[in-house]
Design a protein around this ligand. Structure first.
Ligand code: AR6
Length: 182
């Protein structure tokens, strides 16, 4: 699924983000930038130790929730990884939507600052952090669409969704936000 936004493309596909050949891969990290499970574990496994060595050296204090930091992509087929820290879901009582939006926005700003044309991102916060899928999909897609509309970069933002349920939730949300043909 692919929709045009300003001069850019927003794409959804099902798959493993570590196999993406893009300029920048977004990671769903924790604020300590410790190697965790989920997509974070997969990115560090595939990318090798250079990624953690880089973040440990450059960001010893970690990264606040709702923001992102950039590192080398090690052996991944990308130039950079943006470690974006989404919120843990707490029933919507902890400003989760704004924090999730902030994580995406900062990752996209880093992509633009580093002249990245193609970006792949996972569904941040929807795994270990427990953000309800449909709500995460709406907030995440809205944030990316707003960014592309105002900044007109990067050229491609591709959500790489790990299973059919996540792909369906993001596809449905995108169809609601941006009906086909518009
Ligand atoms: N490619 C794409 N998506 C994936 C992959 C993959 N290889 N593997 C998992 N996902 P999660 P969070 C999906 O838990 O909720 C880590 O321990 C997964 O199905 O990776 O933001 C960090 O260190 C889900 O849809 O991230 C943090 O401590 C989405 O990626 C914490 O988890 C996000 O799930 C962050 O939790």
């Amino acid at each position: 699924m692919r929709v045009a936004v300003a001069d850019c493309w927003l794409e959804l596909c099902e798959g493993d983000i570590t196999q993406q050949a893009v300029d920048l891969i977004v990671n769903a990290a924790n604020s300590y930038l410790r190697i965790g499970g989920g997509v974070d574990g997969a990115i560090h496994r595939q990318g090798g130790p250079a990624i953690h060595a880089d973040t440990a050296r450059r960001y010893p204090d970690g990264c606040p929730t709702g923001s992102a930091v950039i590192s080398t992509a090690g052996q991944l087929a990308a130039r950079y990884v943006a470690h974006a820290v989404g919120p843990q879901w707490n029933g919507g009582r902890n400003n989760e939507a704004e924090l999730l939006a902030g994580a995406y926005r900062r990752a996209l700003e880093l992509a633009v600052e580093h002249e990245c044309q193609a970006v792949a991102t996972p569904a941040i916060s929807t795994g270990v952090y427990g953000y309800p899928l449909n709500e995460a999909a709406r907030v995440s897609l809205r944030t990316v669409i707003d960014f592309l509309t105002t900044q007109k970069r990067p050229e491609i933002v591709r959500f790489v969704l790990f299973n059919a349920e996540t792909f369906a939730a993001y596809s449905n949300a995108l169809a609601e936000i941006s009906p086909p043909g518009k």
